[in-house]
Design a protein around this ligand. Structure first.
Ligand SMILES: [Zn+2]
Length: 281
């Protein structure tokens, strides 16, 4: 039988950092994180489908964990929140508070998700047959939220730009940032003129925390210098709406031939956003 044209497995991708921070990977699609604190077991993002979310849940939730489970959605994009039904709603296998931004709630409960579902179903036929779009059930505004885990603290930091509903997570005891998609190797996806400035400001906000490690959901890195490289990329794009991809790659510390095709699309979107920015000047 031919393998389906999309990833079907979630497996732990060990970080080699503090063992309380666990990373789970769905092939080259997305990384999610689990933070094991004394008080809470915190799952950060739920993958693209209920099946993948269940794989994640079964690998990280132990027999005594049912009453201490918390889920966070960094944002509503499919690869981060379409596994939510495993944790909320009538069919939830592991019922839990699912925390997300008010705009994440709106996106998953409204037309935005219906439109992206139709698009994704066309691209990856059959993959989303079991999907029930499920918004977060604890709604938080721009001010964020602090979770006291006893030994570790998780602070949700509003980091719009990639999307407006975006939270990153700061863990001060370990000086680790879980960046979500606010930072990404080689570069983040930004497709609106205001998104470029917002994304830059969000990266600066994360930089000011002075993290020792920055863990994005895409790009397989832990280096805090990712923030500097992403800022340099956004500055270069904002300055030059025709920035050659070779120059962008140099800023990101990669070669064009190594770039996944999706980053060509991301770059084209960023340039288009920058062009309409300079148009409005
Ligand atoms: Zn993503």
């Amino acid at each position: 039988m031919e393998a389906p044209p999309y990833p079907t497995e979630v497996a732990e991708a060990p970080l080699g950092l503090d063992p309380r921070i666990r990373r789970f990977r769905c092939d080259d699609e997305v990384d999610t994180f689990v933070v094991v604190t004394e008080r809470w077991l915190v799952i950060v993002d739920t993958h693209s489908t209920p099946g993948l979310a269940l794989q994640l849940a079964e690998q990280c939730i132990g027999p005594g964990d049912a009453g201490r489970l918390l889920v966070i959605n960094t944002h509503a994009d499919y690869d981060h929140a379409w596994g939510n039904q495993i944790f909320s709603g009538p069919e939830a296998r592991y019922p839990a508070p699912v925390i997300g931004h008010a705009l994440c709630f709106e996106r998953l409960g409204g037309g935005d998700a219906v439109t992206s579902r139709a698009k994704m179903e066309k691209e990856q036929s059959g993959r989303f047959d079991d999907l029930v779009l499920t918004p977060p059930n604890i709604i938080v505004g721009d001010e964020g939220l602090t979770i006291d885990g006893g030994d570790l603290t998780l602070t949700l930091v509003h980091t719009p730009g990639h999307t407006e509903d975006h939270f990153s997570i700061w863990i001060p005891e370990l000086r680790i940032v879980l960046a979500g998609d606010a930072a990404e190797q080689p570069w983040p996806h930004v497709d609106t003129p205001e998104g470029i400035a917002q994304a830059r400001a969000s990266l600066v906000r994360l930089q000011e925390l002075d993290p020792l490690r920055v863990l994005p959901c895409h790009g397989d890195t832990t280096e805090p210098a990712l923030l500097d490289r992403n800022i340099a990329y956004l500055d270069a794009v904002a300055t030059d709406p025709a920035l050659p991809i070779e120059d962008a790659a140099r800023i990101a510390g990669v070669t064009v031939t190594d770039l996944d095709p999706i980053y060509h699309e991301f770059h084209a979107d960023a340039l288009a956003a920058s062009a309409s920015l300079s148009h409005g000047r």
